[in-house]
Design a protein around this ligand. Structure first.
Ligand SMILES: Cc1cc2nc3c(=O)[nH]c(=O)nc-3n(C[C@H](O)[C@H](O)[C@H](O)COP(=O)(O)OP(=O)(O)OC[C@H]3O[C@@H](n4cnc5c(N)ncnc54)[C@H](O)[C@@H]3O)c2cc1C
Length: 560
């Protein structure tokens, strides 16, 4: 493929295809003379090559305005080529170049591939024979063209868990994308351009037009410009977890001159990033969307010099003499003088028959904002009675026909803030079912019915529901920590004075002082936020503990 001018990506493309290089050059030269200012002129020597060019153009979200294809080409003739090109760029206008002898065949082809024109060779003078035809083709194309779409595209199936995971990952990282259902014509066209089939979704097409077939989140993060690789191998402090506690620690550590890296397995913001509205964080009298608050914190941490690695999971922590080594799931590692654990909590699994099989197909843990549009006219069930469940109910009530909150307790009062209870009471399409649990989720490819059980009278009711969001308490995922780090029975990390019992310091503790307030049973490893035993489970306290942990890191470093 030959490009006839340096690329100015925004210009639509005029593509000529001819196996005779002299003819190909001549057509391109004539086109350039009149159209080069507003169009990119490209030429290919065969139908196959031209199809590859078109696939790239489609993936980049650019437009082919007009195709001029020679009729008589070896391998694939012009009609066969145009037939395939139409599947990829149906909006492109098409003309066939023919010799006089092929006129009849060309006319017959017009019916097969809906060619707009045929042009007889030679087309001299172009002012009379070529330009009027191309002008008309361009005028038609201009009338019908769609705007250029440069967004990242996710081609997927609405009820595929893997497609959901990719959408959720980009949404939580605030990376804009266009969702394309592979069952729609647009989706099929893009899938063909990516060289994939429907069994290979999700396919992500980057803004640059590169297709990624079933990418891992780390590959995807890299492709959309979220760093995944540390720039160094030794830091003053490694912060594990990018929720409010981790971001709070990073802001203070970086601003106080510590070489700092945050490692986040999913998306910076943690649970708070998924909150539709945080009403109780200091300084926001009208409340603030969790994603907005944590995005500001993320940018603040980066501006102050912290590094943030996304889509990287920490799987082990190993003391190496005075250094602390943090290992990743791919076997690589970084070391630091100190570590702050800010890994928060994750939702507990719902013990309902069939629920685990339908995760990502109508059953979701936490607030899956990407599903808002899919809730239109549907019945949505929220399981849980805490503030997070209440916020989700208020959010989804704006999109769904009906929202049911299923809560185990006798009332919401014990578990939810009164401002939320008042909001819920004022929304007509939310109903609250107390003393209710979910016993079963059913559906073929996706959730269709939910069985609700009343603990008051043991009655069961099967209700139609397309979406179920689970907010049933949380557990810290701390199994990967070394044995030397003391945890309580539920897995929360014990710190400071709670480690000292009857004057006895924790086993293996070899310093001549007690652990600091947020220090674990391994010196130099600190904890902040929800993962700490007895923590308050609030954004403000997580941020505060992040800041305090850094003060203690300084104190620890001064001892080294
Ligand atoms: C929907 C919802 C609404 C809420 N609303 C409010 C509210 O209105 N007001 C309020 O005060 N609180 C609210 N909360 C609670 C609040 O969000 C949490 O208390 C707070 O986010 C805790 O912060 P954290 O940094 O300790 O943990 P998290 O926010 O849980 O962040 C921990 C982070 O660590 C990452 N991580 C975990 N393990 C690893 C690992 N091994 N390697 C790398 N990364 C890892 C996780 O991916 C996560 O991003 C809400 C919570 C939810 C879920």
């Amino acid at each position: 493929m030959i490009e006839e001018r340096p690329a100015r990506a925004s210009r639509p493309i005029l593509l000529t295809v001819d196996d005779d290089p002299a003819v190909s050059r001549a057509v391109a030269r004539d086109l350039r003379r009149k159209y080069a200012e507003h169009y990119r002129i490209m030429r290919a020597d065969s139908g196959r090559e031209a199809l590859e060019v078109i696939k790239e153009v489609v993936l980049r979200g650019e437009h082919v305005a007009v195709i001029l294809a020679d009729y008589r080409m070896p391998g694939m003739n012009g009609v066969d080529f145009l037939e395939q090109a139409m599947d990829l760029v149906p909006e492109a206008r098409r003309a066939l170049l023919t010799a006089y002898a092929d006129t009849n065949a060309a006319i017959a082809a017009i019916n097969v591939v809906d060619v707009d024109h045929y042009l007889l060779k030679p087309w001299e003078p172009p002012e009379e024979k070529l330009y009027p035809v191309v002008d008309e083709l361009l005028a038609t194309w201009q009338r019908e063209r769609k705007p250029v779409d440069r967004k990242i595209k996710i081609l997927g199936h609405p009820w595929s868990p893997a497609s959901y995971a990719v959408r959720d990952f980009l949404a939580r990282n605030l990376v804009p994308y266009r969702w394309v259902n592979v069952e729609d014509p647009d989706g099929q066209r893009l899938l063909a351009a990516a060289g994939a089939d429907a069994s290979q979704v999700p396919v992500v097409v980057t803004a640059g037009g590169a297709p990624l077939i079933q990418p891992t989140l780390t590959v995807l993060a890299d492709a959309v410009g979220l760093p995944t690789t540390p720039t160094g191998d030794f830091y003053d402090v490694v912060i594990v977890g990018g929720g409010p506690a981790g971001l709070g620690a990073a802001v203070y550590a970086a601003s106080e001159g510590l070489k700092t890296v945050i490692v986040e397995r999913a998306a910076a913001g943690g649970q708070a990033g998924q909150s539709s509205r945080i009403e109780n964080y200091l300084g926001f009298p009208d409340g603030v969307a969790g994603g907005q608050l944590t995005d500001r914190a993320r940018r603040q941490a980066l501006r102050l010099g912290a590094e943030l690695l996304t889509a990287r999971e920490v799987t082990a922590l190993v003391p190496r003499g005075p250094a602390r080594e943090v290992q990743f799931d791919d076997g690589s590692a970084i070391r630091a003088h100190a570590v702050v654990l800010a890994t928060g909590v994750s939702y507990r699994e719902l013990a309902a028959t069939g629920a685990s099989d339908l995760v990502g197909r109508g059953v979701y843990y936490g607030s899956a904002a990407t599903q808002a549009a899919a809730c239109k006219d549907q019945h949505v069930i929220i399981v849980g009675g805490a503030n997070s469940a209440g916020q989700a109910a208020v959010f989804f009530a704006r999109h769904a026909a009906r929202v049911t909150i299923a809560v185990r307790g006798e009332s919401l009062e014990r578990s939810m803030s009164s401002y939320l209870i008042d909001q819920i009471a004022a929304i007509d399409n939310i109903d609250v079912r107390t003393q209710t649990t979910v016993s079963q989720c059913t559906g073929q490819d996706r959730l269709q019915c939910v069985t609700l059980v009343s603990s008051a009278d043991g009655s069961q009711q099967v209700v139609d529901a397309a979406q179920l969001f689970i907010f049933i308490g949380a557990a810290p995922l701390t199994d990967w920590l070394p044995e030397g780090i003391v945890r309580d029975q539920a897995g929360f990390v014990v710190t400071g004075p709670d480690l000292v019992s009857a004057g006895e310091r924790p086993p293996g503790w070899d310093l001549d002082r007690d652990p600091y307030l947020l220090e674990t049973s391994i010196p130099g490893v600190f904890v902040a936020g929800d993962v700490r035993a007895q923590s308050v489970k609030r954004v403000a306290s997580a941020v505060g503990e992040g800041a305090l942990a850094v003060t203690l890191v300084h104190r620890y470093l001064a001892e080294q």
